[in-house]
Design a protein around this ligand. Structure first.
Ligand code: XIL
Length: 466
């Protein structure tokens, strides 16, 4: 995520300044660059992560709200506008008006979008609530296909299925009309989403899956492990993480994050809110951020709203800004944890994890001939822009770091990159690994991506080991 641009007034002052003033400006810039980031998004980006908020379309006209949104966050999740009742209010009549407003607000400011959610027992339109069996199964798959197709290239990660497991000690699936179409409804939804948008990350999202010892957490873990072993397309697990006295932040949260990550999926904290106030609330927020930073594949955090008054649980004052938009102690704790945290800390060992690690499936790409590395790119183009996903594959020996270079066609400008450090944004550009994806075993692969304006035709990446 790029840093905020210098304000025009400063650029003008610079242009008319004399040599002495230029020297002063340069030293000021140097001093600034050595200082900690001052917003959540910029600080998270320095750690190779995003920091997002749930956004409501009807608040985009509230300038106090958008001032905070635009300043602090580099990822957005529509709070309700992509849900089934919003996007398909009548069967086969799709309405994307409010979702598109949020997407365009976010993307025009360089923020990424998480899509939420495609298949869920809740917030179904009336017509779907009344369906069952194979008719419902096809309607659900059609919904997944239509919505992911509409947002292809605009949504980086989808909560494909939301809240499919029961609370309590059963570890069973939640009963719902979707569940009654057959136990394979979840994998069917993931397959449909992958087919319609091969470049979006596909997540399973749930709540009360934070405590490693809970049956629900174990049940989701076992499903993800099963999906990975059978090749069902899943890329990430979302932990909603709505914390309050009935559902407190668990001391083994980091273990949960790292155990999911060890299955070979990204882990995202998707709907964070923590009821409380003052130092107690701030400390819990700090713990959550530190836990995410400690797990390499915990690649982003989204808070479920901006100001306390925007929260679905407003009475619990669970967010980072008060109703007047002031930063709370929880905000300061999150920012300082992001700034001081060390994301290279290896994931903790997981005592109590009695589940054997999954077997690693053989690489699908044969290792290229020599040592070194190779790179391939896939481009998802839309009118005016594209997302490129670059796959780096190690040669016959383990990589400890890599650089990928490529030349963009004239007029193409990168706005945003993830899972790599970027140098340059037009013409000849290069990317190097970040802390958590430099090490790639022989024949194995890792991916990074970038988004750009313009056309992404004819990209030819080259990879060198470093
Ligand atoms: C909530 C929204 O915040 C509310 O505005 C809406 O009335 C109900 O849904 N888990 C989820 C979210 O996955 O979609 C829910 O959002 C909160 C719980």
């Amino acid at each position: 995520m790029s840093r905020p641009k210098a304000r025009p007034v400063k650029r003008i002052a610079f242009a008319v300044a004399g040599a002495g003033a230029i020297a002063a400006c340069v030293s000021m810039v140097l001093a600034t660059s050595a200082t900690a980031a001052t917003t959540l998004g910029a600080s998270a980006a320095e750690k190779g992560r995003y920091f997002g908020a749930a956004v409501a379309a009807n608040k985009l006209s509230d300038t106090a709200y958008t001032t905070i949104l635009n300043r602090e966050f580099n990822s957005v999740t529509p709070e309700n506008e992509m849900k089934i009742d919003a996007t398909e209010p009548n069967q086969n009549q799709f309405n994307y008006t409010n979702a598109d407003r949020i997407v365009s607000h976010a993307r025009s400011r360089g923020m990424q979008v998480r899509g939420h959610t495609l298949a869920w027992h809740s917030q179904q339109p009336g017509w779907m609530q009344n369906m069952s069996g194979s008719a419902l199964r096809s309607a659900m798959l059609n919904h997944v296909t239509q919505v992911t197709t509409h947002f292809r290239g605009q949504v980086v990660a989808w909560d494909v299925v939301n809240e499919a497991f029961a609370d309590g000690s059963s570890g069973a699936r939640r009963d719902s009309n979707l569940q009654r179409t057959g136990n394979d409804w979840i994998e069917a939804a993931f397959r449909a989403a992958r087919a319609a948008d091969p470049n979006a990350k596909l997540c399973y999202n749930d709540y009360n899956t934070d405590d490693w010892t809970h049956a629900k957490t174990q049940a989701v873990y076992n499903m993800v492990r099963d999906f990975k072993s059978r090749g069902v397309p899943i890329d990430c697990v979302g932990l909603q993480s709505h914390f309050n006295s009935g559902s407190p932040y668990p001391s083994n949260y980091r273990t949960t994050l790292s155990n999911f990550a060890a299955l070979g999926v990204d882990v995202q904290i998707t709907e964070l809110d923590i009821e409380g106030s003052g130092t107690t609330q701030a400390n819990t927020y700090r713990n959550v951020v530190n836990d995410c930073l400690a797990v390499a594949r915990c690649n982003g955090i989204t808070v479920w709203g901006i100001r306390d008054t925007d929260s679905w649980r407003a009475s619990g004052t669970p967010l980072l800004f008060d109703g007047s938009g002031n930063k709370k102690p929880a905000y300061e704790a999150v920012l300082s944890a992001l700034n001081t945290g060390n994301p290279t800390t290896p994931p903790p060992t997981t005592p109590g994890n009695t589940t054997p690690p999954p077997t690693t499936p053989p690489p699908t790409t044969p290792p290229p001939g020599g040592a070194g590395c190779s790179a391939t790119v896939s481009v998802n183009q839309w009118t005016g822009g594209f997302v490129a996903t670059v796959r780096v594959t190690a040669g016959s020996s383990t990589l400890t770091g890599w650089t990928v270079s490529l030349t963009l066609p004239g007029g193409a400008t990168i706005t945003n990159a993830w899972n790599a450090n970027r140098s340059g944004n037009s013409g000849a550009v290069s990317f190097t690994n970040v802390s958590y994806n430099g090490s790639v075993a022989a024949g194995q692969s890792t991916e990074f991506g970038f988004q750009a304006n313009g056309t992404g035709s004819g990209l030819t990446p080259t990879c060198t080991a470093r």
